[in-house]
Design a protein around this ligand. Structure first.
Ligand code: 3HC
Length: 284
């Protein structure tokens, strides 16, 4: 199946990054959010990232303008998806919110439209089950910063059709990404492997094994990670890390995934990392 018209739901970090990449790859894309302010903020970030690419001579001013010209914004989701071939939902990691959106998408998007979620850990099978088209529901998990990171984790729910998997793999390649297909289990592969490492690093702070700087330096200098796990946790958002660990803990009922009490305490205190300026590091 050919994907021409795409819609991204959510203008936050992931949503504006996915919109940027789709438009830059030649797709016409509508970015949807509940408020004009959120859309303006998202467009501002896309603009800034494209301008940086122009200043580094990675793209021309003309190609920046062409990319921007392929993006429209909307607050009316029902109207935006009525002729879409692919919708990528990238709203907050909240099952009730995603469930509501998937029901709405099922009612308003054409029958053949693929409904993808950028969820980092919510079950694709469960999202598929709230629609009447579970075969056309799939995970398309991008990584932050979306314009830079090569991976798209393509997550198959229990009922996802082969043709839908193949179309999303093809689409990801057209976006210049490297798709890796995986099956739907809590945390998929990426967060099932990443989050226990981050959690263990937080336990190291909690137990006084080392300072955040020293723990990060061990992983950066010894294992060639571009960011240490605590810097990365701040970058991802400590609330997001906690949500994902809870999905792993509840999904497998295995104590190895229990979130570190320090992580819980920091989230309770509103220290969420870069987005609040305070986490393991102070950024604002
Ligand atoms: N948009 C576009 N380009 C960006 C960008 C953004 N938001 N952020 C950085 N870049 C570009 C820069 O312009 C620069 O481009 P250049 O190589 O052409 O000069 C390049 O990326 C490197 O950026 P910087 O020089 O500013 O900084 P660094 O070299 O320190 O790299 C980083 C920054 C790419 C973020 C790097 O530190 C990194 O790879 N960190 C790990 C990120 C990671 O693990 N992400 C996954 C998080 S998990 C996730 O998203 C999944 C979820 O489910 C939790």
């Amino acid at each position: 199946m050919e994907i021409i018209k795409t819609v991204v739901i959510g203008a936050g970090t992931m949503g504006n990054g996915i919109t940027h990449v789709m438009a830059q790859s030649g797709f016409s894309v509508t970015m949807v959010d509940v408020s004009r302010e959120a859309l303006d903020r998202g467009m501002g970030i896309i603009n800034k990232n494209l301008a940086r690419m122009v200043s580094k001579e990675k793209i021309t001013e003309n190609s920046k303008n062409e990319t921007l010209g392929r993006i429209t914004t909307a607050t009316d989701l029902d109207e935006a998806v009525k002729d879409a071939d692919l919708v990528v939902e990238a709203v907050n990691e909240n099952f009730e919110l995603k469930e509501k959106i998937f029901r709405q998408l099922d009612l308003n998007a054409p029958a053949g439209c693929i409904l993808a979620s950028n969820t980092s850990s919510i079950s694709i099978t469960k999202l598929g089950a709230v629609t009447g088209r579970a075969g056309r529901v799939i995970g398309m998990h991008f990584f932050n910063p979306v314009p830079v990171m090569k991976l798209v984790e393509v997550v198959r729910g229990l009922d996802t059709l082969d043709e839908v998997n193949d179309a999303v793999v093809e689409m990801s390649k057209k976006l210049g990404k490297e798709p890796v297909p995986v099956n739907d289990y809590p945390g998929f592969v990426s967060n099932r492997v990443l989050m226990p490492m981050i959690n263990e690093a937080i336990f190291c702070v909690h137990e006084g094994v080392g300072t955040p700087e020293n723990i990060d330096n061990v992983m950066k200098l010894g294992m060639a990670h571009p960011m240490g796990p605590l810097r990365l946790a701040d970058f991802i958002g400590l609330d997001v890390c906690l949500d994902i660990l809870n999905v792993l803990y509840e999904g497998f009922r295995d104590p190895k995934y229990r979130p570190c009490p320090l992580l819980v305490k920091m989230v309770d205190a509103g220290k969420l990392g870069d987005k609040t300026g305070q986490g393991f590091y102070t950024t604002a």
